[in-house]
Design a protein around this ligand. Structure first.
Ligand code: PEP
Length: 256
């Protein structure tokens, strides 16, 4: 079964509601009907922009989905500043990013927390885009594959194969995020293939063959085609280049 590529734009803490609506509208204006069956497009605005962006996309009747950048694992309670799976589900989100390296690094998110978030999303019927990736120090020690595959195992611990259909992995080497330094297609493919083998070990070969594995880390319209041509790379999770409608649209087109 062919995997439909995903192009997801992680806007991070950028764009006020007004700016988010303008960017979503610009992307929507470029929407082509032929994209419908060929690529899954996802926008990940800050939490406050989720509903306004979705409203633009729904009004235009374009098949572009919306994802949260983060979510808490509890459904409700005394967790000041957090939002839960039922809350983003109510808005109309299809996915949440989980375990982005900025959350792991800046907000002390552990593998255990990532696992709880993934399980909460699965329980709530939403998809999870699970970020994994090694630091430069780990890569230089020759431990990139071991490190990343351990992150995948930890993120998916306790899940059944039947629960894996809504899961994606985004391989995002920390040294490539926002640095302008991209992994070579061969470097990225080596890790993505190892991730797929790990998923096969956890959930079986058919689940691994169907699961989409994205690359993220300074992906842009100039380098996307070579990365997307790799056997085990099924799309992109893109930060900087997703903040400009023209370049995001070019990234979507690179998936066709
Ligand atoms: C990201 O934040 O997920 C990312 C890949 O950022 P950038 O494309 O800017 O490197």
């Amino acid at each position: 079964m062919a995997r439909i590529p995903m192009m997801a734009g992680n806007w991070k803490m950028n764009n006020t509601i007004a700016e988010a609506v303008v960017l979503a509208q610009e992307i929507s204006n470029h929407y082509e009907k032929e994209w419908r069956e060929c690529v899954e497009i996802v926008l990940c605005p800050p939490a406050i922009g989720l509903k306004p962006v979705l409203t633009v996309l729904e009004f235009d009747r374009v098949r572009i989905k919306v994802a949260a950048q983060n979510v808490h694992w509890e459904e409700k309670g005394a967790f000041t500043g957090e939002i839960s799976v039922p809350m983003i589900e109510e808005i109309g989100c299809s996915y949440s990013i989980v375990g982005h390296s900025e959350r792991r690094g800046l907000f002390n998110e552990t593998d255990e927390m990532v696992n709880k978030k993934v399980r909460s999303l699965v329980k709530g019927g939403l998809g999870a885009i699970v970020c994994v990736g090694e630091s430069l120090a780990v890569r230089d020690e020759g431990r990139a594959l071991e490190f990343v595959c351990a992150q995948v195992r930890a993120a998916f611990a306790g899940l059944e194969p039947t629960e894996a259909h809504s899961l994606l992995v985004a391989y995002e080497p920390v040294w490539a995020i926002g640095t302008g330094r991209t992994a070579t297609p061969e470097q990225a493919e080596e890790v993505c293939a190892a991730i797929r083998a790990t998923v096969a070990d956890l959930f079986g070969a058919p689940v691994a063959a169907a699961m989409r594995i994205l690359y993220g880390g300074s992906m842009n319209p100039g380098n996307a085609a070579a990365l997307l041509a790799m056997e085990d790379i099924d799309g992109g999770l893109v930060g900087g280049a997703s903040l400009d409608a023209k370049s995001f649209v070019q990234l979507v087109e690179a998936c066709l």
